[in-house]
Ligand binder design. Structure first.
Ligand SMILES: [Zn+2]
Length: 314
């Protein structure tokens, strides 16, 4: 009887997760997804998940060993010491266990889903099929969990994606920043900081090539989104056709040098190009907008560029 109640409880929680995760796809105000309680049990899926997590870590270190950033090292420490957990059954309806009968040791949990799993799971398939930038990983600030699927991009892009989610966790769990205040939510402040962190890491990793690409993009962005008197233009003063072409279609060739290889998919090509665009716009705001107005304006700019970018969901 108790067992039945537990299973029912887990199913109910999972329904909440499903409901919440669908909000990712349909932008509307959301509260955080809720993951079920974690329980320590050993299962066969351990090996698959271990290999999956190892592969993310290897990609992360490709960048982390070349970039001398204290923040990146701190993010690495947090991620690499996190407790890794795994869904129990094939559709994720039954809850999640820590690997190796582990006990919680870290403030952070990694929840890993292999492709095998995602093929069968309706609840989590969005991680595999998501069409927006960071769909292969999300950070849930309510459950202190980084949720990852199989990496599907080139190695440096994977490293950037993981460092992005890791940065959210680092701010909340290590720096004890309240990333859920109304102001943070309204202005996407934590997203802006996490993206700026990504761009800093990428700039150091990409060196000269990134600087050249960024300078070029800053000029292009200025010609499309011209900041006047410290203010962003209204949409009717933005050349929409040119904006769409640069943001969605064109591709800065130097990015292949920055990332060390061509993009694996069209999605990845877009991630790279749009990240460069966003970095250039944020830098233009840094240079042309009074300091006190920058946080609001950056949040506005990022949420306009990435309408799917929502609190906690990526
Ligand atoms: Zn984010």
């Amino acid at each position: 009887m108790t067992k039945v109640l537990i299973v029912a409880g887990i199913l109910l929680l999972l329904c909440i997760v499903v409901f919440k995760s669908q909000e990712k796809v349909n932008p509307k105000p959301s509260s955080p997804p809720t993951l079920p309680e974690l329980r320590p049990v050993s299962i066969d899926r351990n090996k698959e998940v271990k290999e999956l997590w190892e592969s993310w870590k290897k990609d992360f270190d490709l960048v982390a060993t070349k970039v001398h950033s204290k923040d990146l090292q701190a993010v690495r420490d947090l991620l690499f010491q996190a407790d890794v957990s795994v869904p129990i059954d094939d559709d994720g309806e039954g809850g999640y266990y820590l690997l190796d009968q582990g006990k919680k040791k870290s403030p952070l949990t990694i929840l890993a889903f292999s492709d095998n799993f995602l093929k069968k799971s309706t609840s989590w398939r969005f991680l595999k099929e998501g069409t927006f930038s960071f769909a292969t990983a999300i950070y849930d600030s309510n459950q202190h969990t980084v949720v990852i699927a199989e990496p599907k991009n080139s190695r440096v892009t994977n490293a950037i994606i993981l460092s992005h989610e890791g940065y959210h966790a680092y701010e909340q769990l290590i720096l004890h920043k309240d990333i859920d205040t109304p102001e943070e939510k309204a202005y996407f402040l934590d997203e802006v900081r996490a993206h700026e962190f990504n761009y800093k890491v990428l700039a150091e990793y990409g060196g000269e090539s990134y600087q050249v690409a960024l300078q070029r993009m800053k000029k292009t962005v200025s010609s499309i989104i011209e900041i006047r008197n410290g203010k962003l233009p209204s949409s009717k003063h933005v050349n929409q056709e040119r904006f769409k072409a640069v943001f969605n279609t064109e591709y800065e060739p130097l990015l292949d040098k920055v990332y060390g290889e061509p993009p694996q998919t069209t999605d990845e090509k877009n991630i790279r190009q749009q990240s460069l665009f966003a970095d250039a716009l944020l830098k233009n705001i840094d240079e042309q907008v009074p300091l006190k107005d920058q946080p609001y304006m950056k949040g506005f700019a990022m949420s306009t560029l990435f309408p799917n970018m929502k609190k906690r969901n990526n």
